[in-house]
Design a binder for this molecule. Structure first.
Ligand SMILES: C[S@@+](CC[C@H](N)C(=O)[O-])C[C@H]1O[C@@H](n2cnc3c(N)ncnc32)[C@H](O)[C@@H]1O
Length: 198
């Protein structure tokens, strides 16, 4: 299992400034109570932990290739007394075969830019979903890092890896019958896209 390019976990000090209310972000993207949810590339749980409260009592599968980050996540889960998070040490490239069940939401944030074969990953996301399930993507806007600063420093992946909303829609809809439901602006530097499995 190897990590996608430019997908190192951001430092919490500036990440928390950029995303002050991750649970609210998930709700804006249509995630709600009862949605069985997987975050692909969950890291130590910046989105997966609030997701657990948003979808409660449904499960949150937090999948990452980096086992140490999942160990950190498990510590947070224990400290916060959360009961519906399941960590999954695995590779996004084998998502559908790795999960114990099909889910209502496949969520990937700040990671798709690094996926070397996005079409193959989109197929995995499709297969991991129940009919009517949603594929939810958060991406950095396709702007140069000098224009996506946080606390005065350029942040985010290199410009040549970034995907515009249109490019992402084209990738997602090229391979499997996903219907685009909506695009959500996530200022200052991100956008979200929601697709539905037919
Ligand atoms: C930039 S971080 C984003 C973390 C979290 N999604 C967020 O937005 O706060 C990308 C995460 O994807 C994970 N990752 C990278 N390649 C992966 C792969 N092939 N399969 C599963 N996870 C992967 C990394 O270990 C890292 O935790």
């Amino acid at each position: 299992m190897d990590r996608f390019q430019n997908t190192r976990l951001p430092d919490l000090d500036w990440w928390a400034r950029l995303w002050p209310t991750p649970g609210e972000t998930l709700r804006r993207l249509g995630v709600g109570p009862g949605d069985a949810f997987v975050e692909v590339g969950s890291g130590d749980g910046y989105f997966a932990l609030p997701a657990a409260r948003v979808v409660d009592p449904a499960p949150v599968y937090a999948l990452d290739v980096d086992e140490r980050l999942l160990t950190d996540l498990e510590r947070w889960v224990e400290r916060q007394g959360i009961e519906n998070v399941v960590t999954v040490h695995g590779d996004a490239r084998e998502l559908a075969g790795t999960l114990p069940e099909r889910v209502d939401v496949v969520f990937i944030a700040n990671t798709l830019h690094g996926v070397e074969d996005p079409a193959a990953f989109v197929k995995q996301a499709y297969e991991a979903l129940r009919p009517g399930g949603r594929f939810v993507v958060i991406n950095w806007h396709d702007r140069p890092p000098a224009e996506t600063t946080v606390e005065g420093k350029p942040r985010g992946p290199p410009a040549d890896l970034r995907l515009s909303p249109n490019a992402t829609v084209d990738i997602v809809r090229a391979v499997v019958p996903f219907r685009q439901v909506r695009q959500v602006d996530l200022p200052p530097h991100h956008y979200g896209l929601v697709f539905e499995r037919e």
